[in-house]
Design a protein around this ligand. Sequence first.
Ligand code: IVH
Length: 717
Amino acid sequence: MAPCVLASFDWSEAKLHSGSGTGVGKKHWPMGQTDFGEAKRRIAQLRDEINYHAYRYHTLDDPVISDAEYDRLMGELRALEEAHPPLVTPDSPTQRVGAQPMDQFEKVVHPVPMTSLGNAFDDEDLQAWLVRIGRLLPDDISVTDLAFVVEPKFDGLAVALTYENGILLRGATRGNGVEGENVTANLRTVKNIPLRIPASSAGPSPPSRIEVRGEIYIPIADFNELNRRQSERGERLYANPRNAAAGAVRQLDSRITAQRPLAFFAYAIGYVEGVQQEPEGHAIGCQWEALDYLRRLGFPVNPDIKRSRDLEEVLDFIHQWTERRQDLPYEADGVVVKVDAFALQELLGVVGNAPRWAIAYKFPAREATTKLLRIDVNVGRTGVLTPYAVLEPVNVGGVTVRQASLHNFEDLARKDVREGDTVIIKRAGDVIPQVVKPILDLRLPDSQPYQLPERCPSCGEPAVKPEDEVAVYCVNAACPAQLVRRVEYFVSRGAMDIEGFGIRIAQQLIQEGLIRDVGDIYALDEKRDQLLALEGFAEKKIDNLLAAIQASKSQPLERVATALGIQGIGNVVARALVGAFPSMEALASVGVEELEAVEGIGPHIAHSVVDWFSRPRHQQVVEKLRRAGLQMEAETAALSPQPLAGLTFVITGTLPAMSRDQAKAFIEAHGGKVTNSVSRQTDYLLLGENPGGKLAKAQSLGTKIIGEDELRVLAGQ
Ligand code: IVH
């Protein structure tokens, strides 16, 4: 019997081995005159290198090269693949961006069913489970001999990833456990799912075939950011990370999935064939070793897991995480307890659609009932007014809750939440507590439906609700509450990252009239005396603050573009924008169509950008920032490559997704040129339906003819 079957396992060995990859050679390749064979070699080398760095970054959270260097490697790979389209393969890191939309998902039958889990709701349930198991064990093994692996139970979406000879071939949802959906294109966009294994050259050789099972989830911090952006755009908020993740995985357009902050944790091997000879001490006879193997292959494996010898240890683990579940960076709804040894798992088998050898101990629901004292309104930096509930303090899952989100006025009206109601409050992970619903039986007889605010609670100006939006706004440009939020956002970590500058300081400086717009932040060094007069501002604090402000001047353009606080522009979009329009001047003068031609930018954002820059007040702020010495040009390394540079295109016919103007803007945004008639100078004819005479001309000249899809590939999209 393998050493890990029983608790007599040698505990000195019981540590997961952490990967210690050394990376691949960093030889630089002269670009330009590569022939096919050389390109092939360099492409393979670049992919290895990029895969390794993606693994360091997304799985180990320990990058060894800068973002700019990573972008350079990606740019080089993209350029080589564009020059040699037959060399593009689905496992290339360039293919994480998403593929063409599909009409529907193909069904996939799981070779080994993906079972569900039985539940335990308290310690007695768990003990009863152990007793049941005990009865089924052979005479020579007692329950007290067992070892268990205990793992937080992710509240996400189960998927199965199939690799053949180290290449990710297929990704499927669990579906009903027997049959799922083929969501390969979507799962390829998940950054910590290796497209190739091992992810590091230090890992073991890949098995000939393996199905890795695990959970797709959205980290809580990313989820909050996602909802913050949704709310900023006046769009519907996601109810919880699970729904948002499930929606993204089942998206028919994987380019949209690629923009969601999905992540993966591997928790099991569905089946494996042809495991390569493993060095001494690397058997895969139990769950603990399987997780170690997966980790060494480069899969992200949850670090918050434990191997336990007895019920007491198992319960300890469960009780600890029940208390501290809010410390987990992902949503968990319980702990999965698994019998460690595969031989015993097999022996215990499956009953119905749940294995006998594992059980999910569910955390108690984090809901509570309390009184809603008042409905207050918060003013966001874009002027969005959002209602929130002020509550009689209540303990929910170990945390005292005094306020809860009411999302937006539409949601509030739908639930008909009223002041004075007794309401159910729910906490989901670190997400702001929410008001689930009022308890109507306990409603006070004189309660009144909530009325939309007519005025901004901060400046008293009239509130406005645009017809086509859910959100209600304060449109007063001088509203102090908005300014506080704008400054808070401008100095925040994801934007200019000015250390020591928080909302309190923003409030103080705005109240004292030292800041009237974000541009004034850079004039604070001329107002030292006024700063010294403020409460809590000593010399040292002022020195530090001014130094941090000064340091922020070297933040790259994409940070400056983020910090402006344009609706819908967070880090990711700003990066795409700056990639396509590498100076503030270019950004300020670009039109809606050109913007829409950039990958990841839809009509909403495009209008938002154009509208923002069209306002004289904003132009003045940008001018102030320019004079203060902020970066107004993109750093060359951060520039997105201009893959179409030097190429001339002619467009004919109706394209499937882009209008002609959009196609023209797209080509130009990627460095290409568009002319009206086909000549020897034309590199590509972009062909749509019902083409004109240009097609015959191109054929006669031997001009290359491509469709919209190929254009995107050429442009590295
Ligand atoms: S093991 C036979 N481990 O729970 C057990 N499942 O399975 C197979 N889940 O939707 C699953 N975290 O996605 C396992 N650490 C974990 C898990 C986990 C979450 C989910 C799984 C499935 C459900 C029931």
